[in-house]
Design a binder for this molecule. Structure first.
Ligand SMILES: Cc1cc2nc3c(=O)[nH]c(=O)nc-3n(C[C@H](O)[C@H](O)[C@H](O)COP(=O)(O)OP(=O)(O)OC[C@H]3O[C@@H](n4cnc5c(N)ncnc54)[C@H](O)[C@@H]3O)c2cc1C
Ligand code: FES
Ligand code: FES
Length: 451
């Protein structure tokens, strides 16, 4: 716990303990004014969150403070001659202020060519940051539920073998998860001339209103980055998460077919030579290595909201998450899937697409291939986790049934670090009722020895 958190907690305890005393000492008009003042603060807090305001602007806070003192002195004619009352009121204001400030965290990442370093609410979705803060409006907002792909961006991450890029839906992606990574928007693919992907869309008339086009270009470019030789079925599958409402898919398919004419697609370097990617991509690895990501511990309490892929949470309750204390599962448990003693160990932060790749490459099983293809779309599979699918406990969840058939076991860990194991079948107690405490996370999912 850092100093600010500890001060915050102490002040909050103090305030709660003395709350009763203050409230009983206030007259009804004073009470009303206190409530109004706190409401003003909470509206400001909400605005600060949703508009990504950083509380560096102390003037704003001071003006609210001023307003509050006015409410007390003018509205109720209180004379500030009672030191206990004054200090308690100051404590309330101060605790609100610290509460607001500690909800933000420093986020550092590469946005196209530019290194971004800002204090932000970690739960703000990347799409809002791109459009509202950075005015990168090429990334479109349509469904905001992961269904249409208009908000697709590329996300690059350093790996042992260079940078790995995947397509994600920025509308469901909390900004905290881009820390230390490379975000590429449609603006970041633009060059002096059109890229071959953009050109093929233009030549085939694959864009009418144009709202879906940036998402399609991002997905098709993501496909080219992740493949060494062109395959028509695979490029079509890569845009399965993109919806076009007006052009008609024939011209889009034709433009994707034309991508087979790009000669060299086997590395970032050749994609730059082919003008699929701008030249600055050559420097990205070095820039990412220069970024220092500071891991900030978020307040830990029993009401903390765990976020993993966010593909369910940011559809169900985005506003509540903006207001909540959050913890990101990938910071608690590194993403990995491994074979150990003939069991498959899937960490609590491993994504659906990682499991797909694992089954294809390590187990050489194609049994799951059909299932994974039907699971949402590639951008969702790139973010959504297996543990999230389990905890979601939706009766129509696709993975749970297979994991139950495979007799999977869960390893749970609580905030004190205590672990326990239980069979997945015992995890479900009833409809959306789980054998899981609030502070417990799924650290690993274990699929026992396979024949
Ligand atoms: C467009 C779209 C299509 C979808 N299609 C499908 C589909 O075809 N099939 C399907 O089954 N689902 C589908 N889903 C639902 C959802 O994506 C999945 O259930 C996904 O696996 C949820 O994982 P997540 O990591 O995104 O969860 P999150 O949204 O991060 O979290 C969901 C819940 O799980 C909890 N949680 C997550 N990880 C852990 C952990 N390690 N320990 C403890 N608690 C944890 C969170 O606290 C939260 O309560 C779809 C969703 C969208 C938006
Ligand atoms: S806006 Fe539709 S998927 Fe994000
Ligand atoms: S061009 Fe209009 S939605 Fe695709």
């Amino acid at each position: 716990m850092n100093l600010a958190e500890s001060v915050n907690r102490r002040i909050r305890n103090l305030v709660f303990n003395l709350n009763y005393k203050i409230l009983t000492s206030l007259r009804s008009s004073e009470l009303l004014n206190l409530l109004i003042s706190l409401k003003v603060l909470s509206i400001y807090k909400k605005l600060a969150r949703t508009k990504n305001l950083v509380l560096e602007d102390k003037r704003c806070f001071v003006s609210i403070w001023f307003y509050m003192s006015k409410m007390f002195s003018i509205g109720t004619k209180i004379k500030f001659n009672n030191p206990i009352k004054i200090s308690l009121i100051l404590i309330i204001i101060k605790s609100y202020y610290i509460f607001l400030v500690t909800m933000e965290t420093k986020i550092t990442f590469l946005l196209n060519e530019e290194i971004i370093e800002e204090n932000l609410n970690p739960s703000v979705v990347l799409l809002d940051f791109l459009r509202k803060d950075k005015h990168l409006t090429g990334t479109k907002e349509v469904c905001k539920e992961g269904d249409c792909g208009a908000c697709a961006v590329l996300l690059g991450e350093l790996t042992d073998s260079g940078i790995s890029y995947k397509v994600i839906n920025s509308c469901l992606y909390p900004i905290q998860k881009v820390n230390g990574k490379h975000v590429v928007t449609i603006e970041g693919l633009n060059q002096e001339t059109l890229s071959p992907v953009q050109e093929s869309f233009m030549d085939e008339g694959a864009s009418q209103c144009g709202f879906c086009t940036p998402g399609f270009i991002i997905s098709a470019t993501g496909y080219l980055i992740n493949t060494e030789s062109y395959n028509y079925d695979k490029v079509i599958n890569s845009v399965a998460g993109n919806i076009c409402r007006c052009t008609g898919y024939n011209s889009i398919k034709k433009s994707l077919k034309r991508l087979e004419n790009i000669n060299n697609i086997d590395s970032i370097k050749t994609l730059i030579d082919e003008k699929v990617l701008p030249e600055y991509f050559l420097d990205v690895e070095l820039k990412l290595k220069s970024i220092r990501v500071k891991k900030e511990k978020v307040k830990s309490n029993s009401n903390v909201q765990f976020i993993s892929g966010g593909t369910d949470l940011f559809v169900q309750k985005p506003d509540i998450i903006l207001e909540s204390d959050v913890k990101f599962i990938h910071e608690e448990v590194p993403r990995r899937i491994e074979l150990k003693d003939n069991s498959i160990i899937i960490s609590g932060s491993a994504t659906i697409d990682m499991l797909n790749s694992f089954f294809t490459s390590k187990i050489k099983s194609k049994q799951f291939d059909k299932l994974f293809k039907m699971f949402a779309s590639l951008p969702i599979r790139n973010s959504a986790t297996i543990a999230g699918n389990i905890v979601n406990a939706s009766p129509i969840a696709d993975l749970t049934i297979s994991l139950l058939a495979l007799n999977a076991k869960l390893e749970l860990r609580n905030s004190k670090g205590e672990k326990r194991f239980l069979l997945l079948k015992d995890f479900y107690k009833g409809y959306k009722t789980l054998d899981k405490k609030n502070d417990e996370i799924i650290e690993n999912i274990i699929i026992p020895k396979l024949d």
